[in-house]
Design a protein around this ligand. Sequence first.
Ligand code: FES
Length: 323
Amino acid sequence: MSQGGTIPVVVRSATTVSRDVRQLQFSRRDGQRLPPFTPGAHIDLHLAPGLIRQYSLCGAVEDDALYTVAVKLEPQSRGGSRAVHERLKPGTELDISLPRNNFPIDLDASHSILIAGGIGITPLLCMARALVQKGGSFKLHYFSRSAEHAAFLDVLQGAGFAGQTEPHFEQNHEETAASLKQALDAPRPGAQLYLCGPRAFMDLVCNVASERGWPKASVHLEYFNAGQQAPATSESELRVTLARTGITVAVPPGATIVDVLRAAGVDVDTSCEQGVCGTCITRVLDGIPEHRDLFLTEDEKARGDCMALCVSRAVTPHLVLDL
Ligand code: FES
């Protein structure tokens, strides 16, 4: 392990697993075993200086020789998925973080329903592998534009998964809603629901789950693309004062607080820079943040005493931070 808590790895394989999705496998450069992880975990890939992206691990948890991720090339890529697709080849060396899990699964639940939208399949595939291994009761619903776009279909149609996977391809909004109503009808006592996909899809699943009587505590979700969550509000310049040093900076529209603080020589710890991981959460001493992250809970956001500096801005024209 390096001093920064990263693991030096090498790309062992890079293969296309569906239209626009590339699967990568990494092993340690020193040939040692990789740290264990649990289903739903992700790792950071350090793709270039200042370019760190998070991807769910989708291989088997018992494989301590290889970590597997799958990355969709996003047309709106800010560098992450493009770098993965264009630069990572067998033999490429890079650093990754230790696995972290913000999306754990209860493998002992009476029944689990896994709902994937597109590349949101990756953490759910890992969960499904673990459930098959344990003999757990589950059903995986896989929504995708088409079979051609659906990564890992061959795995999901293979031994152990076949009777427990239901694909839903080429559906319009109404058809998707109807499929979800059927999938989420009459929740069994103790059943748990796990979902991952684009924000609009997840919103739809949550609405249907709520209509069908799923308790909130039984619904677990992870967004795969935080870039979709930033609201398109009009922005004006924001002043930010750092209480410990007295420095005040102006954050222009379109810039992030992190960008501006860095340019002013202030070191801010970050990882995802997409409002997902929580690394940059900072105490707010004055002013009201406008939260754009996916990390803080609704209660924490309502309290307004901390914020994610990598994506959030402010309702008030001035913020004072505990930095
Ligand atoms: S760096 Fe991950 S939430 Fe800000």
